[in-house]
Design a protein around this ligand. Structure first.
Ligand SMILES: [Zn+2]
Length: 462
């Protein structure tokens, strides 16, 4: 979200200002500098020590990707609590606001790349709202905006402020498409050419001149394209770090996530990450393969996410896992297939907790063991939780045996029933109420699909 009206410039270096009525609001702030970023924060709310450097790094990546001048100074005001309308006016969204032409922004999140993109792309003044929201969404962090390609264009091709909550997702998706298909240079040509108060007709005329195709044609092409962008964006922050190569042999990473040292945060908008201090790396895997992916740590967690398969992710955490097993304990090891390509790896921890050391090891999976290679696991009589594959033997079939009859109330991926020698396994239909009998060896079958992170079945006691 951006603010459009011109606001008074702050008189005091340590104050924010600019309410809608023009009266100054003085807010006590401290700041830290890193490169071109001055990061302000309220006393007692100091962001993690690596945050300003992360923001500065993002400014460098954004400006070099878009071929924009790198600002000498950008003021980032982190304001975790309270009413942002005092500093943003009425045009505030959940994330914050930035001020076109001023290289200044306010945000509830200490790591809002979305607002950084606004500040940097609009350092020369206000731009056309549909393109500005689209660009900030396409290059920004995770968000939850949905999009509707059938929405009337009057909702988003407006000379004033479009509503990001309504069609910010569409803007982000469409701009992601333009950037991915045609590159940033042409988009920035369009960005510079469209007046911020252009009518829809004016916008379309300039669009056609720039792209050699009408807006309606390209919008229709986008609607019909199969390419999908997770959360309407290009995963720019997390997939743009220097690449670490993985040749398919063995790869491991150990990160200490310490807010007081060099971690980044707090971040409130990384929906997949529940802890708020983090470090990110980008990993490139050379070829498809079957791997053991092992997480270990005293706290925190890790997330490995494919940059080109937008709806798939591996998520390994030692806490807050939806796949905790009462039988096997925490979901700390998984097994499966990784496709070649670029991955974002986040390691994360609670910013207020002790530093957490988070390790992730990826090693080629051993030859797949036959079903009988492992002793069937005895599942205790009182178990009614999720049985997730999270085990050290990396077998394709993990056999288990029940002490009492159970009802499978939900299946995760496929579960197979194997005979005693496990020479033949057949899928068990895992519809509601499917009964599993004691005294039979069942096996969880793993790995038919890429990206699968856990297989299991919820067993309810009868
Ligand atoms: Zn925005």
């Amino acid at each position: 979200m951006r603010r459009w009206s011109v606001l008074a410039v702050c008189a005091l270096a340590l104050s924010g200002c600019g309410p809608a009525d023009g009266a100054a609001v003085e807010i006590e702030e401290r700041f830290v500098d890193a490169g071109s970023v001055r990061l302000f924060f309220p006393p007692g709310e100091e962001p993690c020590a690596g945050t300003a450097a992360f923001l500065d790094d993002m400014v460098q990546r954004i400006t070099s990707f878009l071929e924009l001048p790198r600002p000498e100074r950008l003021e980032y005001h982190f304001k975790p609590d309270g009413d942002l309308t005092k500093v943003c006016g009425t045009a505030v969204s959940y994330a914050g606001c930035s001020f076109p032409g001023e290289l200044r922004l306010w945000s509830r999140d200490a790591t809002s790349v979305h607002e950084l993109v606004h500040a940097v792309a609009d350092q020369d003044g206000t731009h056309y709202s549909f393109l500005a929201e689209g660009l900030a969404t396409a290059l920004g962090e995770e968000n939850i905006w949905l999009f509707d390609y059938d929405a009337p264009e009057s909702e988003y091709l407006t000379p004033g402020l479009m509503s990001p909550a309504d069609q910010g997702g569409l803007a982000g998706d469409f701009v992601s498409y333009l950037l991915a298909e045609q590159g940033p240079a042409r988009f920035m040509e369009l960005y510079a050419s469209v007046p911020h108060d252009a009518s829809a007709e004016q916008f379309k005329a300039i669009f056609a001149e720039t792209y050699g195709l009408s807006f309606d044609e390209l919008l229709a092409a986008r609607r019909d394209a199969t390419q999908r962008f997770r959360q309407n964006r290009l995963l720019f922050p997390e997939c743009s770090f220097p690449l670490m190569a993985f040749d398919g042999d063995t790869w491991s990473s150990e990160q200490t996530v310490d807010c007081a040292a060099d971690a980044v945060g707090p971040s409130i908008r990384l929906s997949a990450i529940t802890s708020s201090a983090w470090k990110a790396q980008t990993l490139e895997i050379a070829g498809d393969g079957e791997f053991r992916i092992e997480f270990s740590g005293t706290g925190g967690g890790a997330m490995l996410q494919h940059c080109q398969a937008p709806y798939e992710r591996w998520s390994l955490t030692s806490d807050n896992s939806p796949l905790q097993s009462r039988i096997l304990g925490q979901h700390s090891l998984t097994w499966g297939r990784l496709a070649a390509g670029r991955y974002a790896l986040f390691t994360h921890a609670d910013e207020r907790a002790e530093p957490a050391t988070v390790s992730l090891a990826i090693t080629p999976a051993p030859e797949l063991a036959a079903c009988t290679a492992a002793e069937p696991r005895a599942i205790e009589d009182d178990v009614d939780g999720v049985y997730a594959i999270a085990d050290a033997d990396a077998a394709r079939h993990v056999p288990f045996e029940l002490g009492a009859r159970r009802t499978a109330t939900a299946a995760f991926q496929e579960v197979e029933l194997c005979n005693d020698e496990c020479a033949e396994c057949a899928p068990v239909p895992m519809f509601e109420g499917s009964a599993l009998e004691p005294g039979i060896v069942y096996a969880l079958s793993v790995g038919a699909d890429p990206y699968r992170q856990a297989e299991g079945v919820q067993l309810a006691a009868e």
